[in-house]
Design a protein around this ligand. Structure first.
Ligand code: SF4
Length: 195
């Protein structure tokens, strides 16, 4: 990645713009292939992520990796994973409005520099924080949207699937659309065994 991206990373890793800096262990900047074409955005780091400084490494992360693998995707080649806030909210609470407002500009800059062809929003916090605070994830999941001239799809957060496994079939239907779109806009030869 270029110098601007490395500078952004340096700035974020040292950030104290909001109160989450006081309780975090590590900033979670994001992980994956910056040029993979798919950007996945979650809510914020949890306990495991805070300790390791990596996104989606706990139970939700394992499920996310499994879904991605079913689609023929992985972190090394196809996706970059980030969050609405880059530091863990205490007790895994939802990030507060001023914390989101402080952190989202970093994400916006990341989006500009990564220039993903496809953005997936995992759950309500990502959907409401980035696109529209009034939209309901249960109503719009699995639908392609245009946002800032970018192709965006909200899907259920993996933690919702862990709480309610009945949501898994719908989610796999959503990811089938992602695979189809990936073939359309990024790699027509993409191989996926289960999607
Ligand atoms: S959550 Fe974002 S804005 Fe707040 S301290 Fe961490 S990096 Fe900075």
């Amino acid at each position: 990645m270029n110098q601007e991206y490395e500078q952004l990373k340096k700035t974020v890793l040292a950030c104290t713009k909001c109160r989450l800096s006081e309780t975090r262990t590590q900033v979670v900047f994001g992980e994956g292939n910056p040029q993979g074409g798919i950007l996945i955005i979650g809510e914020g780091p949890g306990r495991d992520e805070d300790l390791q400084g990596r996104p989606f490494v706990g139970r939700s992360g394992k499920l996310l990796d499994k879904i991605l693998a079913d689609c023929g995707f992985n972190r090394t080649n196809h996706v970059f994973i980030a969050n609405i806030v880059k530091c863990r909210p205490p007790e895994n609470r939802v990030p507060l409005p001023d914390e989101k407002a402080a952190c989202i500009p970093f994400l916006m800059k990341q989006i500009e520099l990564l220039d993903p062809k496809i953005i997936l929003l995992l759950g309500a916090t990502a959907l409401n924080g980035l696109v529209d605070p009034k939209l309901k994830i249960t109503k719009v999941r699995g639908q392609w949207m245009e946002w800032n001239n970018r192709l965006v799809m909200p899907v259920f957060h993996p933690s919702a699937l862990l709480r309610n496994p009945n949501l898994k079939p719908e989610t796999m239907e959503d990811f089938k659309k992602v695979v189809a779109k990936y073939r359309e806009v990024i790699d027509p030869k993409h191989i996926s065994e289960n999607c």
